[in-house]
Design a protein around this ligand. Structure first.
Ligand code: GAR
Length: 205
C-alpha cells in the first residue's frame, strides 16, 4: 500500500514506520513525506532514505484550504492510498478530510479522549493522572476525535517532567503506530460507527 506521511518535526514516528517497512513487518511503501516546516528533521530523514519530500509552508498560502488543495494534488500525484500523520501539528480541514479518498491515521501522545490538542503530556501532568499513553486513531473533522484503533497505556511516575513522560510515551508510540498500520493494511480493522473492531482479536473491540 502506498502511504504518505505528514510530519512537522523530529520524525521519530516516521523513522519507526520506515524501519518496520524495511524489516518487512509492515507491508507499506512510504512514497512521499510532506511538512509545513522547511526545517523539519523528518524531511532530512526522508531524503536520506530516498523518499520524495515537499514543504507546504503555511505562510505561502492565503488560507488553510489553499494549502490543503496543494497537499491533495500532491498526494494524488503520488497515488497515495493511506495518509499517516506523524507529529503533524496542523489540523486538517473538513474539506480535505471529505475529499481524501484514502484513510487518514494520526498518533497522539495521550489516551484520547483525554488531553487532545497541543502539549498532551503537559496536560496529563497538570491534571495529575497516574497513567497516560498514546492513541492511534482515524482522523475525522474534529480535533483528535476520530475512531480509536489502538491505545497503549504508559505510567506517569512521581517526579516525571513533561520531557521524561514524553520520552516514555514516545517509546510506546514507536510500537503502536506500526502495529496499527499493520492491522489496517491487513484488513483486520472493521469500523462500526465510531467503534473499531479488530478482527484478529476474537470478541474484542
Ligand atoms: C509525537 O509524540 C506525536 O504523538 C505528537 O508529536 C510527537 C511527534 O514526534 N503528535 C501530536 O501531538 C499530534 N497532536 P516525532 O516527530 O518524533 O514523531
Amino acid at each position: 500500500m502506498r502511504a504518505a506521511v505528514l510530519a512537522s518535526g523530529r520524525g521519530s514516528n516516521l523513522k519507526a514506520l520506515l524501519e518496520a517497512a524495511e524489516r518487512g513487518s509492515l507491508p507499506i511503501k512510504i512514497v512521499a513525506v510532506g511538512s509545513d516546516q522547511a526545517g523539519a528533521k523528518a524531511l532530512e530523514l526522508s531524503r536520506g532514505a530516498g523518499i520524495p519530500t515537499r514543504v507546504f509552508p503555511s505562510k505561502d498560502y492565503p488560507h488553510r484550504q489553499a494549502q490543503e488543495e496543494d497537499l491533495l494534488i500532491w498526494m494524488r500525484e503520488h497515488r497515495v492510498e493511506l495518509l499517516l500523520l506523524a507529529g503533524y501539528m496542523k489540523v486538517l480541514g473538513p474539506q480535505f478530510i471529505r475529499q481524501a479518498n484514502f484513510p487518514i491515521l494520526n498518533i497522539h501522545p495521550s489516551l484520547l479522549p483525554a488531553f487532545p490538542g497541543l502539549h498532551a503530556q503537559r496536560q496529563a501532568l497538570e491534571y495529575g493522572v497516574k497513567v497516560s499513553g498514546c492513541t492511534v486513531h482515524f482522523v475525522d473533522e474534529g480535533l483528535d476525535s476520530g475512531p480509536i484503533l489502538l491505545q497503549e497505556v504508559v505510567p506517569v511516575l512521581p517526579g516525571d517532567t513533561e520531557e521524561s513522560l514524553a520520552r516514555r510515551i514516545l517509546e510506546a508510540e514507536h510500537r503502536l503506530y506500526p502495529e496499527a498500520v499493520r492491522l489496517l493494511v491487513a484488513g483486520k480493522v472493521k469500523r462500526v460507527g465510531r467503534r473499531i473492531q479488530l478482527l484478529q482479536q476474537e470478541g474484542s473491540e
